[in-house]
Design a protein around this ligand. Structure first.
Ligand code: G1P
Length: 272
């Protein structure tokens, strides 16, 4: 029911646009990146969306807020289709909560900032940079819904993975996992951004997680790791060490890495 969106990054790869526009508000065709992430979370059954943000990201809150003036103008002019688009950014049963991450201390730290809102129930994490498309919502199951169903059936944490070229392991969290079936595997351990020579496999974590509330206590004990940052990967590895069950899941759908220019262009072409 609860999904965390860590969106406090500076978006330096898209400067100068991101000097004033939050990276998550960059459009993929006609929708901002964050909308694809939110649609996927709502499709998975989320009713509480927690955005971990910072002082430069007010546009995200504004985007999901009601736009009274615009809505009444569209209504007056009978532009019903446009009105539906403007009102449809967040379904009525879904609430958005904004939490600030006061310092950029890493993904693990960003997720930990959501602890007071999530409590100790299982929750989802979606990194909006990774746009995963499995046909329009409604035609194919979104990746997070696939994962939530598996987490529920197996009473386990679930992390989305994808094979990446061996020379790119240092850009991802990498898992060592024992296959269960063609889509899922039991993770033995995981490591953040290993050099290709040290990587246990080329199975990389992409930006979707279903995690137990226990992860928050482990994050509180996690010390800075790769890049001097508090890594979510390290806390999940600690969960595995205390016998936590976490599955790696090869989702159905295509992933676009919209954290870089080529990926954003590819996603846009695909949607077009
Ligand atoms: C984060 C995670 C990494 C994961 C990646 C997926 O890294 O730390 O484990 O593989 O997202 O996009 P980042 O891309 O924020 O450096």
């Amino acid at each position: 029911h609860k999904v965390v969106f860590p969106v406090a990054g500076l978006g330096t790869r898209f400067l100068p646009a991101t000097k004033v526009v939050a990276k998550e508000m960059l459009p993929v065709l006609d929708k901002p990146l964050i909308q694809y992430a939110v649609d996927e979370a709502v499709d998975a059954g989320a009713d509480t969306l927690i955005f971990v943000t910072n002082r430069y990201k007010h546009a995200i809150a504004d985007y999901f807020d009601k736009a009274y003036e615009l809505e009444s103008k569209l209504q007056e002019k009978g532009k019903d289709e446009l009105l539906a688009l403007v009102q449809g950014t967040l379904p009525k049963h879904v609430r958005a909560i904004f939490v600030t991450q006061p310092e950029a201390l890493g993904l693990g730290h960003a997720v930990l900032c959501a602890k007071p809102v999530v409590g100790d129930e299982p929750f989802g994490v979606v990194l909006p940079d990774d746009l995963i498309w499995n046909g329009a919502i409604g035609s194919g199951k979104g990746a997070l819904r696939q994962m939530a169903e598996l987490a529920d059936a197996q009473q386990a944490g679930v992390i989305a993975v994808e094979e990446v070229p061996h020379d790119q392991t240092d850009k991802y969290g990498i898992v060592d996992a024992a296959p269960i079936d063609e889509r899922s595997a039991l993770i033995r351990y995981m490591v953040e951004k290993p050099k290709p020579a040290d990587a246990p496999s080329n199975l990389a974590v992409v930006g979707r997680y279903v995690l137990p509330g226990r992860i928050f206590q482990l994050l509180e004990q996690t010390t800075p790791g790769a890049g001097g940052e508090i890594q979510l990967t390290d806390a999940i590895d600690a969960l595995l060490k205390e016998q936590g069950k976490v599955l790696a899941y090869r989702f159905e759908g295509i992933r676009f890495d919209c954290g870089n220019k080529a990926g954003l262009v590819r996603a846009t072409m695909h949607m077009a």
